[in-house]
Structures are given as structure tokens and as C-alpha cells.
Design a protein. Structure first.
Length: 117
């Protein structure tokens, strides 16, 4: 996730096989479930562990990642119970200048922008 003001700063994978760390490599290097990365003049939030479909359901205050559920309804139906039972990592503060954009780290930030029809 990156602040809505700077998604173009996220270059995604270089795709050229170079040994140089690109943005995608930096996101993949996050240890644990969450990490902060410098993106231009701001910080982005990278969700670590396994790649998974991710959402931020309104009113829940948590990110939900789909790793083992039979349906979206089953997944969302277990959010409250899972939140109560979850273990917590040390708290981190992420300061952002406004709304954020959630997208796959394997894409470029520019490619993540929604386009009007």
C-alpha cells in the first residue's frame, strides 16, 4: 500500500534479471507479516508472508488476507472471531498524508491507478 499521492514512485519488478534490488525485491524481503518501505518522499506498507488476496473491509479496522477459506462469505464471517484470537506483532506507526492505494507489489504503481471509463 502506498499513499495515493505517490503510487508512480513504485516501480514494481525490474524484470531484467539484474542483481540490483528493485521495489518488488524490497517488498519480498519484508520479514514477518508487515513492513514499512521508503517510496519516494513517503512510506509504503508491505504485507509479508505469502501472497494472498487482501481487503480492508469497512468498519473492521483490519486487513483481511485470504489464505484458507471456502468462500468470500466464509472468510468475512470469521473476521471478528479471528481478530479476537490473533496474536499481535509489535506495534508500528505508519504516517500517511491521506488515502492509500492497495495493489500487488508485482505491478507498477502507475499501473495500479483506477482509470475512469
Amino acid at each position: 500500500m502506498v499513499p495515493e499521492l505517490v503510487p508512480e514512485e513504485w516501480s514494481g519488478p525490474a524484470g531484467n534479471g539484474d542483481a540490483v534490488d528493485d521495489d518488488y525485491d524490497r517488498a519480498c524481503a519484508v520479514e514477518g507479516f508487515v513492513g514499512l518501505l521508503r517510496i519516494g518522499s513517503a512510506e509504503g506498507l508491505a504485507l509479508g508472508d505469502e501472497p494472498a488476496s487482501t481487503a480492508y473491509p469497512p468498519g473492521r479496522g483490519v486487513f483481511v488476507r485470504w489464505s484458507a477459506a471456502e468462500s468470500e462469505e466464509a472468510l468475512l464471517g470469521r473476521v471478528n472471531a479471528a481478530t479476537r484470537a490473533a496474536s499481535r506483532e509489535p506495534e508500528r506507526t505508519w504516517r500517511v498524508p491521506g488515502p492509500v492505494v492497495l495493489f500487488d507489489a508485482a505491478r507498477t504503481g502507475e499501473g495500479s491507478r483506477r482509470r475512469s471509463a
